[in-house]
Design a protein around this ligand. Structure first.
Ligand code: THU
Length: 132
């Protein structure tokens, strides 16, 4: 993906971050997931008074995309209060649908034009596969 498109995806994630329900941690996260056919699905973290029920921004975007019928993805962008790679749970959930060369763009909300790129294969080497 070109740098320009990565920045557009990060800008979408930054917009989604504004809707975060993060009253407990005060750490707002937004994500934007680009499907194979060019659609973008957004997510933000949705916290709960029962802390363990909190859903991360990445899983909100992914489950929303899958619900709409998408199972192939090009990239995900994540914008948080500071540079933050996806948590372990989100890595495994993303890996269900993404190959090792899948790019994960991360940026700080202070400057979404300055970003880092991680590859899924590095974020989650030796992922769990279930082969019935
Ligand atoms: N969070 C995400 O949304 N994505 C991640 O990958 C890491 C953490 C959220 C969960 C919680 O609402 C807040 O950030 C602090 O952990």
């Amino acid at each position: 993906m070109s740098k320009h498109s990565a920045i557009e995806l990060l800008e979408a994630a930054a917009e989604a971050r504004k809707n975060a329900h993060s009253k407990y941690s005060k750490f707002s996260v937004g994500s934007a997931l680009l499907t194979e056919d060019g659609s973008v699905f957004l997510g933000c973290n949705v916290e709960n008074a029962s802390y363990g029920l909190t859903i991360c921004a990445e899983r909100v975007a992914l489950t929303s995309a899958v619900t709409a019928g998408h199972k192939s993805f090009q990239a995900i962008a994540i914008v948080a209060d500071k540079l933050a790679a996806p948590c372990g749970a989100c890595r495994q959930v993303l890996a269900e649908f993404c190959e090792d060369d899948f790019p994960v763009y991360v940026a700080s909300a202070k400057d979404s034009a300055s970003f880092e790129t991680h590859l899924m294969g590095k974020l989650l080497p030796e992922r769990f596969h279930f082969n019935p």
